[in-house]
Write a protein that binds this ligand. Structure first.
Ligand code: C5P
Length: 404
């Protein structure tokens, strides 16, 4: 755990608010500095005095409280935090956060902070299952919020199902272990999935990439504490916890999304199967059979990896190569021609491995070495690959992680 962790505990209106007192106590026992912010509804369940006595600091609630703002204004407080944890997070609070409201201190802090925001929902199980809540949760996840729970079990209302707030001990482990993660403070940008290159409003060129490897990498990097931007083509996958997801369709859109964040990133992993070509001309109305002709004029797409390594101060850049033959030689040629730090090559076309599969086998290459990884499931492979990236980055660019 990071001894200097500074954590804002947000308490919203739920019967589980009493558990937040134990959360504050446990965070402090692990050495964290804690400030408590309550919504008005929370005060109907627990008094601010409880949290004031536990945290040793006045509890804040209103946004425009002159006394509070005179001490540490809301922006200063948002910057102060290493993490914000809202526990319990009511259905109403999730909806307000999703809508981007800033009408009390807690919702404003969640908008104004760059620190990770953890949400521990607590509500009746029918409310949790409601499509409105589920939609809010999916959107907030896609924006990088990290959900802890809810757990399954007996509820205060007498029903049984998901909606119980996670236990304080579990919440503390999640927050502090991520805060102490090896990649804390780093920004990793990862591309995943195929791109889709339209010919007309109904037809496109694409490929078989499922996005699973890139999503597994994003999840593993986030679990090690990195801030992860996942730039994904069209896939049928849920956003991993704590990952900021940006959906794109074409290679050109992927390039723009990548170039907007890559200059600030420590690591870039190009895992997407970017279409090499696109139909040369997009037709805004559906082409009839007769108009399709016998051949399709194509144009080359920009190379995203090469654009990243051409930056003045490129991040540590890792590419992927899918080959059907001559794996090592072809991958090594790409390592050089695209100026990559590492490349992960996989032989495609073997049943149960690679494209559209849960398992994979990789040959990892760098300027003067190589290593076979797997076969293993993509989650395990992702964890190993992240570990190798960190190790080789230190060997190849010893200053990369020290800020020198
Ligand atoms: O040259 P090839 O497409 O085989 O290289 C694969 C690697 O290059 C992958 O990491 C892929 O994400 C990346 N790539 C890219 N932009 C392209 C084509 C591929 O970044 N236009």
């Amino acid at each position: 755990m990071h001894a200097a962790s500074r954590i804002i505990v947000g308490v919203t209106g739920s019967v589980a608010a009493y558990k937040a007192a134990e959360l504050v106590r446990r965070l402090q026992a692990r050495g964290a500095q804690v400030r408590v912010v309550m919504t008005e509804a929370a005060e109907a369940f627990v008094t601010p005095l409880t949290f004031q006595a536990l945290s040793g600091h006045p509890v804040r609630g209103a946004l425009l409280d002159p006394q509070g703002e005179a001490g540490m204004d809301h922006i200063t407080l948002a910057r102060w935090a290493d993490a914000v944890v809202v526990a319990p997070a009511s259905a109403d609070f999730l909806a307000r956060l999703r809508a981007g409201l800033a009408d009390d201190l807690l919702s404003t802090l969640c908008l104004a902070t760059r620190a990770p925001v953890y949400l521990a929902p607590a509500m009746n199980q029918v409310m949790w299952h409601h499509p409105a809540t589920q939609d809010n949760v999916a959107t907030l996840r896609g924006r990088g919020c990290r959900f802890i729970g809810p757990n399954d079990g007996g509820q205060a209302c007498g029903e049984v199902g998901p909606g119980r707030m996670s236990e304080p001990a579990e919440i503390v482990t999640r927050i502090l272990d991520a805060a102490g993660g090896a990649l804390r403070g780093e920004h990793w940008v990862i591309t995943a999935g195929p791109t889709r290159e339209p010919l007309d409003p109904v037809r496109f060129l694409s490929n078989r990439s499922s996005g699973r490897m890139g999503f597994a990498l994003a999840q593993a990097a986030a679990q090690s504490g990195a801030q992860v931007s996942l730039i994904s083509g069209p896939v049928a996958l849920d956003t991993p916890q704590g990952v900021r997801r940006h959906d794109v369709e074409t290679a050109q859109q992927m390039l723009e999304a990548v170039m907007a964040v890559a200059p600030e990133a420590e690591v870039f992993i190009g895992c997407a199967a970017v279409a090499d070509v696109r139909p040369a001309r997009y037709q805004p109305v559906k082409l009839g059979k007769a108009a399709l002709g016998e051949s399709l004029p194509l144009a080359r797409n920009p190379d995203i990896l090469a654009s990243v390594t051409a930056l003045t101060q490129p991040p540590f850049t890792v590419g992927f190569a899918a080959e059907t033959d001559d794996l090592e030689a072809r991958a090594r040629a790409k390592l050089r021609s695209k100026n990559l730090d590492m490349i992960a090559a996989n032989l495609v076309g073997r049943p149960g491995l690679g494209f559209e599969a849960d398992r994979n086998e990789l040959l990892l290459l760098w300027s003067d070495g190589k290593e076979h990884l797997g076969p293993a499931d993509k989650a395990a492979l992702a964890t190993t690959l992240i570990d190798r990236i960190v190790t080789h980055r230190e060997a190849i660019r010893p200053s990369a992680n020290t800020g020198i």
